[in-house]
Design a protein. Structure first.
Ligand code: A2P
Length: 276
């Protein structure tokens, strides 16, 4: 990561393929399909979010599409990510289904959701999906440094993004270094530790010092490390709170204190335990 990788207004990460990924998005993992998801996405769009992150495995792409249409925000103003479910075989066929459910002609980013059955087999299909215009950018999620090395060597296009659990508790420095070396933008899912990191003593102390909330401090830590974030919430006031992260800075001392929370020992792995 260099400062040139983030746009001058600090709002977007420049991708190696020329795309730009907004630094803040709404994640909808574990948001049930239907009213809960439609409302969360509509509120986010009303509150200025321009980036929504979904996946085939979440089962809520239709709700995301519906909220996008109902919001009245032009399609071209919103960055949409979905993810190939690697229990299936064909990323092109699955992308076509995602586009139909979302009601859009192209997604902005299409990720291999996790490296099930190895990190390389799905990549040719991902490249075909991009060539056919189904996705503007393609990338991966939950890939370790070794997985990234393999897919980079095997493919024609380097993954634009690797979306992984990042937070001060999951700093994964060696994985961030690998991403930087290969030109892959690291993106943070579960930046609040699925809510668990919000009650940590150090996080609360830094928040008090900064005059901000624990959620804002955790998200700001990622921004200052150049890592886009996709916090999830189904509550309007929290969605709003999580967006107020561009108008303050954490000091070097605050950042260092948060860095010290890392439990991964600076790992180059994406996960402490696999689930596939
Ligand atoms: P809810 O959806 O009920 O608002 P992560 O993004 O790391 O996965 O964390 C998501 C979890 O954190 C969800 O349980 C969400 O609850 C909760 N959450 C999101 N934003 C906030 C916030 N600003 N304050 C407190 N809890 C939050």
């Amino acid at each position: 990561m260099t400062s040139a990788d983030v746009t001058s207004d600090g709002r977007a990460r420049v991708l190696a393929d020329g795309g730009t990924l907004p630094m803040l998005g709404l994640g909808v993992w574990q948001v049930p399909d239907g009213a809960a998801c439609v409302n969360a996405v509509r509120w986010a769009l009303e509150l200025g979010y321009r980036h929504i992150d979904t996946a085939q495995a979440y089962g809520n792409e239709e709700s995301v599409g519906r909220a996008l249409r109902e919001s009245g925000v032009p399609r071209e103003d919103v960055f949409i990510t979905t993810k190939f479910y690697p229990g299936r075989r064909d990323p092109v066929a699955e992308a076509e289904q995602s586009l139909r459910r979302l009601g859009v002609e192209q997604v902005d980013l299409y990720l291999v959701h996790w490296p099930q059955r190895g990190p390389t087999w799905a990549w040719p299909g991902m490249e075909r999906a991009r060539e056919r215009g189904l996705a503007r950018s393609i990338g991966v999620s939950n890939f370790s440094a070794a997985d990234l090395d393999q897919v980079t060597r095997a493919g024609t296009v380097v993954p634009a993004v690797n979306q992984v659990q990042f937070s001060p508790f999951w700093y994964r420095r060696a994985l961030l270094d690998a991403c930087a070396r290969l030109g892959v933008a690291a993106e943070a899912y579960s930046p609040l530790g699925t809510g668990r990191h919000l009650s940590d003593k150090i996080v609360r102390k830094v928040a008090e010092r900064a005059g901000r909330t624990p959620a804002q401090v955790l998200l700001r830590w990622c921004l200052q490390r150049g890592i886009p974030v996709i916090p999830k919430s189904t509550h309007r006031e929290r969605i709003e709170e999580n967006a107020r992260i561009f108008d303050f800075d954490l000091s070097a001392a605050d950042m260092a204190e948060l860095d010290g929370l890392d439990r991964t020992k600076g790992t180059d792995r994406a996960l402490e335990r696999g689930w596939w």
